[in-house]
Design a protein around this ligand. Structure first.
Ligand SMILES: [Zn+2]
Length: 147
């Protein structure tokens, strides 16, 4: 899955950037703290890790988070905030929240529930109407915007 994500980010950045693609932003910004559960999302962490090189990054502070960074897209300057907290020795979560997007949408609209393949690890989970576990093929078709 890593290679597909790397190539996808490369494609985004040929003429534009990842910031024009709502499905990318939807998955990087999944955050259990938004819905009062405690889980982390494998796909969220993977997308964040793979997109790191497309941003200028600066350490900052943010509310109750253990750790925060300001991310600016190298191409369009859109701003994001990376938030990291640990809830227990076994569970932490990372999320990348869009703060100010400077570019127009190019990618297809997001869908709900969000289809994830490797999906969630944790103690309490969002309802199936929010995030759905799917096979690899279905996840790929979503993130690559085939459907
Ligand atoms: Zn951008």
């Amino acid at each position: 899955m890593g290679l597909i994500i790397e190539n996808l980010l490369k494609d985004y950045n040929i003429n534009n950037s990842q910031c024009s693609y709502p499905r990318f932003i939807q998955i990087i910004s999944i955050d259990c703290c938004d819905c009062g559960h405690s889980f982390k999302s494998y796909e969220t962490e993977l997308l964040i890790e793979k997109s790191r090189k497309y941003f200028n990054i600066e350490k900052t502070e943010y509310e109750n988070e253990c750790y925060a960074e300001k991310w600016n897209c190298k191409k369009c300057g859109s701003e994001y905030m990376l938030l990291w907290s640990d809830f227990s020795v076994a569970l932490e979560r990372t999320t990348l929240k869009p703060i100010k997007i400077n570019v127009k949408q190019i990618g297809r609209n997001v869908k709900k529930p969000i289809p994830l393949f490797k999906g969630l690890v944790g103690y309490s989970f969002p309802p199936k109407s929010e995030i759905e576990s799917v096979n690899y093929e279905k996840f790929k078709r979503y993130i690559l915007e085939i459907e």
